[in-house]
Design a binder for this molecule. Structure first.
Ligand SMILES: Nc1ncnc2c1ncn2[C@@H]1O[C@H](COP(=O)(O)OP(=O)(O)O)[C@@H](O)[C@H]1O
Ligand SMILES: [Mg+2]
Length: 409
């Protein structure tokens, strides 16, 4: 029997075809093979439209090495592409448009500002949303400073803690500015008079992005380091949303962000909450509220936009135990769990999208067999035997792949 095929869509990081998260894909491909799903990695530039083939990266589960092979389109696509400013990203937009009829497990989400406005529409979410405005002029920062003692100014398309400015009100009309530039380098803290804020903001290198101004939460631990939580919400093998895990992140000394790639470290959620919240009962209640909120956000964003298979929520929890949503990440990394020592959560974080992919595949097949009218779509991922890979992406059975729809190099 042929197996369903999952294409993991990603982008090279540079012109040397360097891949992000290669180790994670290796684990995914090995896990997929065990559950009867063939998986490979490809980028839009590996697609040859004329022949309808893809020059994909195959990970051999036998030899544990990567190979490059011509293959047919997959049955399902798992889009792992993150925003980058490059020609490659333009190619991605064209690919998503050109092949929008294929089965994507997840469609692109929106920027921080649009997601904020979307979530704000739901009254029950509002208590979890820090007040946020689009930064259009100095006036926006000034109004927010009138309301809150602490602000975060963040690029709407930022990731990994890049380009973030923290403004803290001190006594006597002075302000403390701290942050990271768009290359994620910590910028030297600066104490300024409020009268100089407008000119400081003018000098802030926005790298051409739009920004939001957000109510800042005081999330400094007794050690003086900031901390927050990363909650991973995924669809499972029955097509339902579930919280896979939630782990804490602690920023390095002098950092205003907790992101792991900015030097942050990970810790189990409870160990951080115990430094922060007094009782175990309160901790259990916080976790329960956070999980319910995470699932509701995922469901709502999926119905508002389009297909999703996973999301990560960056959550801050204040001293009173109130949960605040800092950001929604549509292409979450999973390493926080392994770094927090939660191996089982990490394993599930890798296998869940694969189980979900199999569920989607079976659903589509049963839908198709229940349909009576003839299919008219031209050859594509879901339309033919050709798109399926034979068992196990290994070198030993390479010849059989080629004769069943795979082309050699
Ligand atoms: N409103 C806020 N209050 C306190 N800390 C914040 C706030 N917004 C962001 N941070 C800190 O900065 C980090 C990065 O911000 P985030 O909005 O997640 O952007 P990015 O996409 O760069 O990860 C957060 O993980 C958190 O540590
Ligand atoms: Mg974040």
């Amino acid at each position: 029997m042929t197996q369903p095929v999952l294409g993991i869509l990603t982008l090279y990081l540079n012109d040397n075809k360097v891949l992000e998260e290669k180790k994670v894909y290796e684990k995914m491909i090995v896990a997929a093979a065990k559950m009867g799903l063939d998986a490979y990695v490809f980028t839009p530039e590996d697609v040859e439209e004329r022949s309808g083939r893809i020059h994909a990266m195959i990970y051999s589960t036998d030899t544990r090495t990567w190979l490059r092979r011509w293959v047919r389109f997959p049955n399902l696509i798992y889009d792992r592409c993150r925003i980058q400013r490059s020609k490659r990203f333009e190619q991605l937009l064209a690919f998503r448009k050109r092949y929008s009829h294929l089965t994507f497990l997840n469609r692109p989400l929106r920027n921080k500002w649009t997601i904020y406005r979307t979530l704000w529409k739901v009254p029950s979410f509002r208590e979890h949303l820090p007040v946020t405005r689009l930064y259009q002029s100095y006036e926006d920062v000034s109004v927010m400073l009138g309301k809150f003692p602490l602000l975060y100014v963040k690029p709407i398309n930022g990731t990994g803690g890049r380009g973030i400015l923290r403004i803290e009100k001190l006594k006597s009309r002075s302000l403390l500015l701290q942050g990271r530039d768009h290359k994620r380098r910590i910028v030297s803290p600066k104490r300024i008079s409020r009268d100089n804020l407008a000119s400081e903001l003018r000098d802030w290198d926005t790298n051409g992005d739009k920004y939001i101004v957000q109510q800042g939460l005081n999330i400094k631990l007794p050690s003086g380091r900031v901390h927050d939580y990363r909650m991973l919400v995924q669809k499972n093998g029955s097509g339902e949303w579930e919280v896979t895990g939630c782990a804490g992140r602690v920023g390095p000394v002098r950092s205003i962000t907790s992101n792991l790639h900015g030097g942050g470290s990970a810790a189990p959620m409870n160990s951080l909450l115990r430094q922060w919240v007094s009782s175990e009962a309160k901790i259990a209640q916080i976790r329960e509220t956070a999980e319910r909120f995470g699932i509701s956000v995922a469901k709502y964003l999926e119905t508002t936009y389009s297909a999703l298979c996973e999301l990560a929520l960056d959550l801050a929890i204040d001293r009173g135990g109130r949960i605040w949503l800092l950001e929604v990440n549509p292409k979450p990394a999973r390493e926080v769990f392994i770094r927090a020592g939660e191996r089982e959560v990490y394993r599930r974080a890798i296998t869940r999208p694969l189980e979900y992919a199999l569920w989607v595949y079976r659903q589509k097949r049963s839908d198709r067999s229940n349909r009576t009218e003839p299919r008219s779509r031209p050859r594509s991922a879901d339309s033919s035997q050709e798109s399926r890979l034979p068992e196990n992406a290994s070198q030993t059975n390479m010849r059989s792949w080629q004769s069943s729809g795979w082309d050699g190099d």
